[in-house]
Design a protein around this ligand. Sequence first.
Ligand SMILES: Nc1ncnc2c1ncn2[C@@H]1O[C@H](COP(=O)(O)OP(=O)(O)O)[C@@H](O)[C@H]1O
Ligand SMILES: [Mg+2]
Length: 375
Amino acid sequence: MKGQLLNALIKISAEINSNMELDTLLPDIVKITGDYLKVRNASIMLIDWDTLTINCYTGAAQNHNSLSVKQGIVGDVAGTGTEYIVNKSSSSGRGSKSFLALPLKAGSKILGVFNLTDKDEDYFNEDEVSIARYIASQCALAIERHNIYTKMRANENLQAIGLLKSSVAHDISNLLSIADVYLGLMEEEIDKNSNIYEYIKAVKSEMKRIGILATDMLDLSKDKLVLHKTKFSINELVNELKLYSEAFAKSPNIQIEFRIKSDDEIVADKNRLFRVFFNLLNNSADAVSDNGRIILSIKRTGKDISFLVADTGKGISKENISKLFQPFFTSGKIKGTGLGLAVVQDIIKAHSGTIRVRSKLGSYTCFLIRIPKDG
Ligand SMILES: Nc1ncnc2c1ncn2[C@@H]1O[C@H](COP(=O)(O)OP(=O)(O)O)[C@@H](O)[C@H]1O
Ligand SMILES: [Mg+2]
């Protein structure tokens, strides 16, 4: 028995040292641990903001793909960082299986939970518990190492963008506004029923996209966003978005529904919030096929304003959910930059707000944002 466990440890250590890719490393660890400690279900759940999401598992499908931190025993382990060990011998009857839920900790930071449930015949002996703890600590190190590595790569890119700094982004914005004035003049002179009128509108919306991209890059190159807050009504923001809703929708069969249940005033950075929804609605438009639906719903929730952007598009896989807000993460697009959601998250955080995402592959995606109404 001891020899077997030692083998498992050696295998896991070798795997951790040779594999930088979490996507393959964690499932391997879970499998080896599950096999050697003879548990029917083993899983690793990782924390993303305040949600715990299954990263990988062996054995039966899990009841929960994701739960919020503090929800249930596993959520409690994630929230408090204390381990949970239930050890019962097989003689105590059916339904009383032993299980371990160990926090994945890097220093004082809790990254997730390592679950070993349904031990086959018996309870975990002391050696097995120690080994599980050791594996959990190695996993945490591997995850932290991976996070640092990913951040470093993103930082290198961000530094390159930093070279653009404000001057270039401002120049781009100024040149675009001049071109926009000329387009406006053309629009006025042209017959509203002619094709050219439609083309001008299309050029204007593509120019808006360039402007948004330039300001997104500028924001991402900053260490800290300085907001320019003013008081404005929700409707002002919505009306501005509506001007572009045809451009988002791309095909006439795609509808964008605006369900605005609040005309409250909000104290926020209006241009930046516009860019948040511009980016989210664009992503939704990219994700839905013909006849797809996109909804922007806004309501008051206590002292906050809640915004929901939902679409019946292709959805996001659970592997990709955890990478969504990383700068430069893009998937399934020919011309994606991967900057949109990174900047969306920065803007919401700068407003002391929260952003959550729920998605089902092949079915839907929704982003739920809350920001304080009074700034
Ligand atoms: N509503 C959505 N439906 C499906 N996938 C989405 C949605 N929003 C974002 N994504 C995924 O997240 C990735 C990152 O989005 P983003 O940061 O805006 O970068 P980009 O749009 O340039 O790729 C997208 O490439 C896409 O794969
Ligand atoms: Mg995008």
